[in-house]
Design a protein. Sequence first.
Length: 130
Amino acid sequence: MAEQRWETPQPLGRVVVRQEVLSAIAARAVEGVEGVRPLRGGGGIIGILGGGEEGVQITLRGDVADVALRIAVVLGYSVHNIAQAAQRRVREDLEAMVGITVGRVDVHVRHVIPPEEILMLDERGDDAEG
């Protein structure tokens, strides 16, 4: 499969942004939402920092990016409010940092994590186990 990337012509040349860069920006945006623990595949670890941003999938349709997020929510937070905050944050960050139009931001909540488990993981320096 060919590498997906977003391209836009500018007065001095073109700007090309790889799909992985868009995924990394979306991953960082989700990290900023209180009560969210983004998912990363491999080793049963939750978190989207690191190499692959497996908790974020970007599909490019011309000049529009559709985003799918896989997250865990900390127990006690409103899943509905968290999902909406994640959608807004991802859209705002991608549009502000890259200039790409964001079509959809679909949020898939895969886990609910008790707060005490988060504290234990933070003490160990890990993300949540899946």
